[in-house]
Design a protein around this ligand. Sequence first.
Ligand SMILES: *Cc1c(COP(=O)(O)O)cnc(C)c1O
Length: 397
Amino acid sequence: MSDLDPETRKTLRPRTRLVYAGRKPEEQFGYVNTPIYRGSTVLSPTAADLRRGDARFTYGTEGTPTTEALETAWSELAGAAGTVLVPTGLAAIALALMTALSAGDHLLVTDSAYRPTRRFCDGYLKRMNVETEYYDPTLGAGVATLMRPNTRAILVEAPGSQTFEMQDVPAIADVAHAHGACVIMDNTWATPLFFPPHARGVDLAIEAGTKYLSGHSDLMLGLVSANEAWNGRLRETYGLFAMNAGPEDCFLALRGLRTLELRLREAERQGLAMANWFMTRPEVKDVLHPALPHDPGHAIWKRDFLGSSGLFSVILHPVSQAAVDAFLDSLQLFGMGYSWGGYESLVIPFDCSRYRTATHWSPGGPGLRFQIGLEDVADLQADLERAFAVMVEAAGK
Ligand SMILES: *Cc1c(COP(=O)(O)O)cnc(C)c1O
């Protein structure tokens, strides 16, 4: 077997790319996978080497072969100039914001953002004298009206957490760049496989590796990738905080990476099968899923995205809280819990009307967010059918 030359590497399709990305068997005695390197101290062979300080690995916070393998692979996948690895997705969001912002800056954040992102902005960034303004996720190029001389970053998330609004990321990026502002995107839902962030104008892209990259609900990890313009600043800020991800988690993420395309394609298939099934149910008022033709964000999704994942929301026709609880409690195959992207199906009720500030959330019925796992959809549908019957009975009491 000869080495992959750089030209061939560029032509590889995503599935093949994921098999080869970040691997260097010749540096690991031929072993296919880079093992877990645990370590703080790296010994220097001579005083002259130590003084020159140009060794490939120098100290635990500066990276290991394991972290380098994952960073390299993710950069290749995301079309990024560089990637850094942090312990959680939320830490990735915090790091991206701290990379782009300074005291006195103005920040625009989509009203549909992951809720802990809001808490970071309203708590920590406020204390650091950064002003956060929330905007309607569907504004697109209209964000131009919100730009101020000190607007240094715009945070986008598409589709939105829980509510699944699509955002016109290229149009927002054009506005941001005309003002010299940084575009930060939480790209966890699509992953770079279904939305190549940097090719669409994103400067700093965040992935909660906890979700699809892990794929097994057994690790927490965050990744921030940067384009050429922001890579230096990202790496510098990362080094200052030394917010490094642990070696076992990086190893598990590399293992997940090899099957990411297969699992995501299956999540898309399963998710669409379930979303379409929900559309036929009399208990369901609406399904919020950008790959469904009736969805308000469908045209943008079709233009910019290469696929959809297995996370979407369902709005029920108005029914009592007790009836919704009876539905949730009688499900046997859907766990109730946070996170998603694993092999198992999940559901959580949500209501974001209490904390939204730029838009009014009133879908006209209870909201449930579903993560569709790898179970047989016929079994999932049978489980839901049983639970809907329990809900209807409880509603009639
Ligand atoms: C889960 C999630 C995060 C945070 O990831 P953690 O690893 O749980 O901190 C960020 N953004 C989105 C959209 C998420 O769903």
